[in-house]
Write a protein that binds this ligand. Structure first.
Ligand code: GLP
Length: 218
């Protein structure tokens, strides 16, 4: 595990990894949303990298979301995509069901970036998700709805379902970087990375991946 001085250092260190991957021919990335990757996206925008041959897949998206500026597509456009030279045709979200087979089979992802939810979820694979899961619609747990209500006017506005890449799909990435920010995530991160590998803690599946790096800051 890499322990960083602060949130900006975390963004900068992970940006180094992304920059390296962007130098590959036709790189493919899986990207997360949430507050954790914001310093990374800011740093990537500042570096003005060449995204012209990059393909990105987002991990998840709400279903039946009525607050458009809380959609994950909006988040990505505002925080990263609109500041780069990315080809719009190479940006994929799982809200589009036509993309599901691509997300699940052999897209050859070079790098998957992840955050972790308070209950150990990755993307929206909630506790109990099968380690064999693929892209699908899921019900969000009460804890996740409560956690995410900080971004919505009221808790009743938080969607109760989402589309998420599955755990199997995520695990097929060549390299995975888990970003963890804040002491409140320390316990779940330790449980996931050093405890039992169990579907009750979805992130624990990462222990079975050969190329995972964890970046943590308080
Ligand atoms: C949401 C997303 C996850 C993200 C998690 C943590 O539930 N679906 O992909 O990792 O939130 O978010 P944050 O980084 O804001 O703590």
């Amino acid at each position: 595990m890499n322990v960083l001085k602060n949130y900006w250092e975390l963004g900068s260190r992970v940006a180094d990894i992304v920059e390296h991957v962007l130098a590959l021919p036709e790189p493919k990335l899986i990207l997360p949303t949430g507050s954790t990757p914001l310093s990374l996206y800011k740093e990537l925008v500042n570096r003005q990298l060449d995204w012209s041959s990059v393909t990105t897949y987002n991990l998840d998206e709400y279903v039946d979301n009525t607050i458009q500026d809380q959609s994950y597509r909006y988040f990505m456009v505002e925080n990263l995509f609109k500041h780069t030279n990315m080809d719009e045709d190479n940006i994929y979200f799982p809200g589009d069901t036509a993309v599901w087979p691509q997300m699940d089979y052999g897209i050859g992802v070079d790098l998957c970036l992840l955050g972790i939810g308070g209950n150990g979820h990755i993307a929206f694979n909630e506790p109990g998700s099968s380690f064999q899961s693929e892209t699908r619609i899921v019900d969000l747990t009460e804890e996740t709805i409560k956690d995410n209500s900080r971004f919505f006017p009221t808790i009743d506005d938080v969607p109760t379902q989402a589309v998420t890449m599955g755990l199997k799909s995520i695990m097929s990435s060549k390299k995975i970087v888990l970003m963890v920010s804040g002491e409140h995530k320390l316990n779940i991160m330790n449980v996931a990375m050093a405890g039992e590998v169990t579907e009750s803690v979805p992130a624990s599946i990462l222990q079975n991946h050969k190329n995972v790096k964890i970046y943590y800051c308080e």
